[in-house]
Design a protein around this ligand. Structure first.
Ligand code: CU
Length: 192
């Protein structure tokens, strides 16, 4: 009798011990699995916000809808100069065409889109009144010598190390803010 009771007691103690061990193990695994995961997610999303929202880094890619704006630069200008040239890269990852309709900058009276072309051995430049087509799947680069941006009535000549914020207006995507770095002036064209 007594022996049986003891055996039963021992058996139930073992059961209790076993279930406690299980609980502990379960608790441990929840800890081990759950807590590191959100930490990683939080860290990466915080980084993304810093780069894009609070203070845009010059030349840092910006993605809005199907468009990715990246690269590009504005050339530094001579003292007293009023016109500056620059460009950027627009990539359309979507399946619908878009169009860059207008560019504005607080640093310039107005920003025009220009195209340079050789015509009978003469380099001609014309203003693109209808903007620049950004076809579906295409990457369009605006830079000196081809399609480019002209900053007119520049308030303070761009100097190397400055940044030039621009607001791009696209037909489909709408307005996109981007910041261009000012690089060293390298050859290129002058027009006043
Ligand atoms: Cu031009």
């Amino acid at each position: 009798m007594t022996k049986t009771k003891l055996t039963l007691l021992a058996a139930s103690l073992t059961l209790v011990a076993a279930s406690m061990a299980q609980m502990a193990a379960a608790g441990q695994s929840t800890h081990a699995l759950k807590s590191p995961a959100p930490t990683v997610t939080l860290a990466s999303s915080t980084q993304g916000h810093d780069e894009h929202d609070s203070h845009q880094t010059a030349g840092a890619p910006v993605e809005v809808g199907d468009l990715e704006i990246s690269g590009g630069a504005v050339k530094s200008m001579l003292p007293g100069a009023k016109v500056g040239g620059g460009g950027l890269v627009v990539k359309n990852t979507g399946s619908a065409d878009d169009r860059l309709l207008a560019v504005e900058s607080p640093a310039a009276g107005r920003v025009e889109m220009h195209e340079m072309k050789m015509e009978n051995d003469v380099m001609k430049m014309r203003r693109l009144e209808d903007g620049v087509a950004i076809p579906a799947g295409a990457t369009v680069e605006l830079k000196s010598g081809g399609l480019h941006l002209m900053f007119m009535e520049v308030k303070k000549p761009f100097a190397e190390g400055d940044t030039v914020p621009v607001t791009l207006t696209f037909e489909k995507t709408g307005k996109v803010d981007y910041v261009l770095p000012v690089g060293a002036a390298v050859g290129g064209h002058e027009h006043n």
